[in-house]
Design a binder for this molecule. Structure first.
Ligand code: FAD
Length: 455
């Protein structure tokens, strides 16, 4: 069977590339060994946010008394929350299936194996294609801790499967995005959450100021946040699992909970992908590719979580899919991969784009920052939100926006405006020359920019 383009993996990277290539007139075959939509749609972004919405709604109803609403008794049905999450996921999955069908992409269910330049096999059949995109995503990676694969220890996929796992207490190993978002879900449901993080703050890849603010809020919501903690071993059974760790002073401590979530990172998923004798340049187990995704094998591209030195986010995978297809078609790359918004879906939300203040200083800019606090924003007061801020980082000489960090309601939406401003090279003056509607959360963006006005 001959195609113009073969894509391995039907996640956001793979299905976006498939749709763009088919739209451009290429004959496309897409291989997927599990479900279309990949990690993001089936086991990542979407199911976690669906659950988070249920959990946050439960917490909001419990707090309704502050708004003058009397609610006698509130309960949650964990299994029903998971059934709703499954409905959302199913509907999104059907959307991707329809998109592939209407785009005339041939979808083959099975594990594809790269056999050589332009050749793949799947389910005993051989497929030939002029170009190949590898979009096989990532899987959970476990640190070498005795007991990490023992009973009562789960990964994010386990927690999302079926009717989920409800706990009255949970230890989370890893304070990255997955760990912190799960912490937020379980905290909203009244679970006692302990987060053990090896680095000196949670969300280690983000600005320390963000981490400090979020740590404060999570602690206020009842979480134990323990940075600089080195997990030594895990013992016990579901219902009573004990984690032994060295605390920040190097003293051995233990914490026991009903369950443990291992959320200490993910690695590229190349399982079964490379046929005998196929060698691709790898770095730390991920495939090396250039800006357009070109690998060390001619006409073989890599995109998304499977790519070395990549930011493991769904929108990055999708953007790289579009760029790889453009490169295959001999066109300029449509997406600028240097400006990538990162979001954490907690209460309050967190978002970041471009440089932090520290990074901008290190890069030699004479930095000027503008900050607007949630306490000064009418909409935040109306909604009674947690304390937070919108911070803008600019080049003091030109006024150009270099970065933004947000800890506030709807931060994950507000960051879109700032990503646009940074990518287009706008100054704080230009951002504050635009009328922002009132009363809104986005007035905080205006307020932070206005505070930096040159005159
Ligand atoms: P994937 O989505 O992993 O898809 C790869 C696909 O390839 C899979 O379906 C797999 O079955 C298939 N495959 C692998 N090998 C083969 C083979 N040999 N043959 C056939 N098929 C194969 N990102 C965000 O941007 N926002 C979020 O809110 C967010 N939340 C997350 C929450 C969790 C709990 C997790 C785990 C991740 C989250 N992510 C989030 C990250 C996001 O899911 C990934 O960055 C994104 O899915 C990567 O897309 P991809 O196309 O590279 O790979």
């Amino acid at each position: 069977m001959n195609y113009d383009l073969a894509i391995v993996g039907g996640g956001p990277g793979g299905y976006t590339a498939a749709e763009k290539a088919a739209k451009a007139g290429l004959q496309v075959v897409l291989f997927e060994k599990e479900d279309l939509g990949g990690t993001c749609l089936n086991r990542g972004c979407m199911p976690t946010k669906a659950l988070l919405h249920s959990a946050e709604t439960y917490a909001a109803i419990q707090a309704a008394g502050e708004l003058g609403i009397e609610v006698p008794q509130v309960n949650y049905d964990f299994a029903a929350m998971h059934r709703r999450k499954d409905k959302v996921v199913e509907s999104l999955r059907q959307g991707v299936e329809k998109l592939m069908k209407s785009s005339k992409v041939t979808v083959v269910k099975g594990t594809a194996v790269l056999q050589g330049e332009g050749v793949l096999t799947c389910n005993g059949e051989t497929y030939e294609a002029k170009d190949i995109i590898l979009a096989t995503g990532s899987q959970v990676s476990y640190p070498p801790i005795p007991g990490i694969d023992g009973p009562g220890v789960y990964n994010s996929r386990d927690l999302l499967e079926g009717e989920g796992k409800d706990f009255s207490s949970l230890v989370i190993i890893g304070g990255g995005v997955v760990g912190i978002e799960c912490a937020s879900i379980y905290l909203s449901l009244g679970c006692q959450v302990t987060v053990l993080e090896a680095a000196d703050h949670i969300l280690p890849f983000m600005d320390k100021e963000i981490a400090q603010r979020l740590t404060m809020v999570l602690k206020k919501r009842g979480a134990e946040i323990l940075p600089k903690s080195q997990v030594q071993r895990i013992e016990g059974q579901p219902g009573a699992v004990t984690v032994t760790y060295l605390d920040k002073k190097g003293q051995e401590q233990t914490v026991t909970a009903e369950g443990v979530l291992a959320a200490a990172g993910r690695k590229a998923n190349l399982e079964g992908l490379l046929g005998e004798g196929i060698s691709l340049e790898l770095e730390r187990g991920a495939i090396v590719g250039d800006e357009a995704g070109r690998t060390s094998l001619p006409h073989v591209y890599v995109i998304g979580d499977a790519k070395a030195r990549n930011i493991q986010l769904a929108h990055v995978a999708a953007a790289q899919g579009e760029n790889a297809v453009a490169a295959i078609l001999g066109k300029p790359l449509p997406l600028d991969l240097s400006v990538v918004p990162s979001c954490v879906y907690t209460v309050p939300e967190v978002a970041s784009v471009g440089c932090t203040e520290g990074e901008a200083k290190e890069a030699g800019f004479s930095v000027k920052t503008g900050k607007y606090l949630t306490g000064a924003n009418g909409k935040c007061l109306i909604e009674g939100t947690e304390s937070g801020y919108v911070k803008l980082v600019t080049d003091g000489a030109s006024g150009r926006l270099l970065g933004a960090q947000l800890v506030c309601p709807r931060a994950t939406d507000l960051v879109g405006e700032l990503a646009l401003a940074i990518q287009k090279g706008l100054t704080a003056d230009q951002v504050s020359s635009v009328i922002h509607p009132h009363p809104t959360f986005c007035e905080m963006v205006y307020g932070a920019a206005e505070g930096l006005r040159s005159e």
